[in-house]
Design a protein around this ligand. Sequence first.
Ligand SMILES: Nc1ccn([C@H]2C[C@H](O)[C@@H](COP(=O)(O)OP(=O)(O)OP(=O)(O)O)O2)c(=O)n1
Ligand SMILES: Nc1nc2c(ncn2[C@@H]2O[C@H](COP(=O)(O)OP(=O)(O)O)[C@@H](O)[C@H]2O)c(=O)[nH]1
Length: 252
Amino acid sequence: MLRNGTASVRNDTDTVRGVAGYKWRMAKLFRAVIMGPPGSGKGTISERIAQRFALTRLSSGDFVRENIAANTDAGVLAKTYIERGLLVPDHVMTRLLLPRLEEMTRHSWLMDGFPRTLAQAKALNSTCDLDLVISLNIPYETLKERLSDRWIHPASGRVYNMGFNPPHVQGRDDISGEPLIQHDDDKPEALVARLRHYKDMAKPIIDLYKSKGILHTFSGTETDRIWPYINSLLSTKIPSTSQTDTQRIPMP
Ligand SMILES: Nc1ccn([C@H]2C[C@H](O)[C@@H](COP(=O)(O)OP(=O)(O)OP(=O)(O)O)O2)c(=O)n1
Ligand SMILES: Nc1nc2c(ncn2[C@@H]2O[C@H](COP(=O)(O)OP(=O)(O)O)[C@@H](O)[C@H]2O)c(=O)[nH]1
């Protein structure tokens, strides 16, 4: 339910009357957030969840990049921070993200990369009710190893790992064939500060979601071992066979 909108299709099953006089039951929608330190596997796991459960995957990082590429006002502003290695301020992030979410009243989605601050979590909370938050808890040594091996296709945000999911052609993006790059802040010397920053920022957000009873934490060193637990949790919450975000089920 978008509280400031007119549609109300989440967390319950709505009944609407179609043109032929049929009633249609709108399947329950599902909204989730995935959190975790850099390298914890948010992107990798979101991709699996989106495919398995036919959710729309929303990545705030991709969204920032799209706005920068499209030269929107918020994108131009966001760029000035990212170029200096800073996080985009809350008011810019919410200006970018919330209108997008308001377009999603009839979609189930999973958000990666937002909220990153308590202010962003509160802004999200005032826009929609989340069903579930996945928090990934991965040891530091594992993060360090993974990130030193992470290669990115900057234009799309597609992520590779030379051991875990290498590109078909070394150093090249699978889809575009363009060169892959490594981020400076994936280097071990930058990681300690990034992790400390993540812990400080994430703690109040995690506490908030814990108090709402929607937080689920998964710990481990391998995505493939964590995945079955996430899969079975989500299987109890969303129908895996759903091919569309809003299912229409004819009712007598
Ligand atoms: N809530 C957010 C989300 C994103 N960004 C900005 C800063 C990031 O550098 C950039 C890209 O975000 P990503 O989530 O794609 O990338 P990161 O490398 O920061 O995240 P991670 O290492 O966790 O994948 O967008 C931000 O400031 N605030
Ligand atoms: N070796 C290994 N690498 C992984 C595993 N899971 C994800 N990765 C890789 O680790 C890096 C970080 O994962 P990513 O999904 O980008 O994490 P995010 O920063 O939280 O979004 C990427 O290069 C992934 O391909 C895993 O279980 N083992």
